[in-house]
Design a protein around this ligand. Structure first.
Ligand code: KIV
Length: 273
């Protein structure tokens, strides 16, 4: 296993991500929801850490991302920021905190920025939330867009299958991506769409396009840390590459601990006062 050493230790900014796209350097992005994982991810040289609302599933065991609250996202955001020196930290705006009145959306984004000290926020949607996005950017808040599969809309679609396979949906996605860039978003996440469409979006936009299940012809990739580390045994979509089998490693270590406790082997004389 090899460690990746980032070229420099300067803080990653939205401008530096834009520069990376210009020179064709791919952007690495991963989720973290807590201090300990954030330190590991940051020390590995990751460019962007996403405090995803997938914390709702991964941390709290909910079936969807919908139940997580603004207060809970701020708690996760604060915990992550405390562990990060270099990566750009982006906090997801939770369901219900921005889909209505743009002023309420702005107030939610301001709370995230003020209380978590994150560098930016991310939200799902295109044309429908454009006024809100513009208001946030007008207030000086860097916004990352998110199109394609939008888990906060799961109840509208009823399935997590690949999005924008038909022409109308693909056209809408292309229009929304352009609108988000024109509104001033600094980057865009594309989730679970055909690789050819994602490549088209990435080549038509100046801002970095980060994919998850969107193929390799985009400007960077994002995954959920627990999934790529193999902690989440039951989840194996086609787009996921597993870089470790922590499920086996962790349950193995825990089993050994239990055996040592039961047998009286732990603690030994050197492990006591
Ligand atoms: O919440 C999340 O983890 C995300 C990624 C899947 C992009 O939005």
């Amino acid at each position: 296993m090899s460690n990746y050493i980032a070229n420099d230790t300067r803080k990653v900014t939205t401008h530096r991500l834009w520069e990376m796209k210009q020179r064709g350097e791919k952007i690495s992005m991963l989720t973290a929801y807590d201090y300990t994982m954030a330190r590991l991810v940051d020390e590995s040289g990751m460019d962007v850490i996403l405090v995803g609302d997938s914390a709702s599933n991964v941390m709290a065991g909910n079936v969807t991302t919908l139940p997580i609250t603004l207060d809970q996202m701020i708690y996760h955001g604060k915990s992550v920021v405390r562990g990060v020196k270099r990566a750009l930290v982006v906090v997801d705006m939770p369901f219900g905190s921005y889909q209505g009145n743009p002023y309420d959306g702005l107030a939610s984004a301001i709370r995230i920025m003020k209380e978590s000290h994150a560098d930016a926020i991310k939200l799902e949607g295109g044309k429908e939330i454009l006024d809100t996005v513009k208001m946030m950017i007008g207030a000086g808040i860097p916004v990352m867009g998110h199109l394609g599969l939008m888990p906060q809309s799961i109840n509208k679609y009823g399935t997590y299958t690949v999005r924008a396979k038909d022409e109308d949906e693909a056209k809408k996605l292309l229009r929304d991506a352009q609108l988000l860039q024109d509104a001033g978003c600094f980057a865009l996440v594309l989730e679970k769409i055909p690789a050819a469409l994602a490549a088209q979006v990435a080549s038509s936009l100046d801002i970095p396009v980060i994919g998850i299940g969107a193929g390799g012809q985009v400007d960077g990739q994002v995954l959920v840390a627990q999934d790529m580390l193999g902690m989440n045994d039951g989840f194996s979509p086609r787009f996921l590459r597993r870089y470790a089998d922590l499920h086996t490693i962790i349950t193995g270590a825990l089993g050994e601990y239990i055996r040592d406790v039961k047998s009286g082997d732990f603690p030994n004389e050197k492990e006591q006062y």
